[in-house]
Design a protein around this ligand. Structure first.
Ligand code: HEM
Length: 222
C-alpha cells in the first residue's frame, strides 16, 4: 500500500508538499528567532542557549534540538528525492523527437529546480558557517551573535546569504501554492486568496531573513 502510494506521481507530490510545509514552519520560526539579534548579544546568545536546553528536565541537554534536526534532515531528504524522481519522470515522458528544440519544462518548473539546488547548497554552506564553523575563520562556539556579525562583515557572506534568501522567496512563493493544489486546498474561489497568502509569506520570510545582513551592513547590529 505505502509502496503503491510512493510509486505514484500524486504520492511523490504529496511527500513534497508535506515535507515542504514542515521546512516552511521551521523557517518561519528560525526567521523570527533571528530577529532577536536586534535586541543585542545578550538576548541573542541566551536564545541560542535556550534552544539547547528546551524541554529540560524531561529532555537532556540538546535532545529537543536533535529531535528537530532529525525531522528536518528527513524532510530535506524526502523533498529532494521526490523532486529528483518527479523530474526524471517528467523528462522520460517527453516525446523523443522535437521539431523545435524547445525545453518542455515551464519557467516555474525550471526556477523551482534551480532554486532547490541553490537552497540545498546554501544549507550545507550555512551549517559549515554558523553551526560547525568549518568555513568560518575565528568561529566561537556558543557566541552566535559575534559569529553572525563576522559572517556579514565579509562581502561574500552577504552575497551568499542574500542570493539564497531571494531564491528562498521565489521557491516558497511557488512551492506554497503548489503544495496547496496537491493537498486539495485550491479551488476557483480560493485560488486568489492562496496566491496572496503565498506572496505575503514569501515576502515576509525573505525580508525578515535579509534584515539581519542589512542590519550588520548598516551598523545597526555590530
Ligand atoms: C540571514 C539569514 C540567516 C541567518 C542570519 C541564520 C542564522 C543562523 C544561526 C546563527 C544558526 C546557528 C544557531 C545556533 O547554533 O544556535 C543557524 C542554524 C541553522 N539555520 Fe540559519 N540563518 C539564516 C537563514 C537560514 C535559512 C534560509 C535556512 C534554511 C534554508 C536556515 C537553516 C538553518 C539550519 C538547518 C540550521 C542548523 C540548526 C542546527 O542544527 O543547529 N537558516 N542559522
Amino acid at each position: 500500500m505505502a509502496r503503491t502510494v510512493w510509486d505514484s506521481t500524486v504520492g511523490k507530490k504529496t511527500v513534497m508538499a508535506v515535507s515542504g510545509l514542515i521546512m516552511l514552519l521551521y523557517l518561519v520560526v528560525h526567521m523570527i528567532g533571528n530577529l532577536k539579534i536586534f535586541f543585542g548579544a545578550g538576548e541573542f546568545d541566551h536564545y541560542a542557549h535556550w534552544l539547547r536546553t528546551v524541554g529540560e528536565p524531561f529532555m537532556h541537554y540538546e535532545w529537543t534540538l536533535w529531535l528537530v534536526r532529525v525531522v528536518l534532515v528527513a524532510a530535506v531528504v524526502a523533498h529532494a528525492v521526490s523532486a529528483y524522481q518527479l523530474s526524471r519522470r517528467d523528462i522520460r515522458a517527453r516525446p523523443s523527437k522535437y521539431v523545435h528544440k524547445k525545453p518542455r519544462a515551464s519557467y516555474a518548473t525550471r526556477t523551482m529546480r534551480w532554486g532547490g539546488i541553490i537552497l540545498g547548497l546554501f544549507i550545507v554552506w550555512h551549517i559549515l558557517d554558523l553551526t560547525t564553523g568549518t568555513v568560518h575563520p575565528g568561529f566561537r562556539p556558543g557566541h552566535p551573535y559575534q559569529n553572525v556579525v563576522d559572517t556579514f562583515s565579509t562581502w561574500y557572506g552577504n552575497v551568499i546569504y542574500i542570493v539564497a534568501m531571494l531564491a528562498l522567496g521565489l521557491h516558497v512563493r511557488h512551492g506554497f501554492w503548489s503544495a496547496a493544489q496537491t493537498l486539495g486546498v485550491g479551488s476557483r474561489r480560493r485560488d486568489r486568496a492562496l496566491k496572496t497568502v503565498a506572496d505575503v509569506l514569501a515576502l515576509l520570510l525573505t525580508a525578515g531573513f535579509i534584515a539581519v545582513p542589512v542590519g550588520v551592513m548598516t551598523g545597526v547590529v555590530s
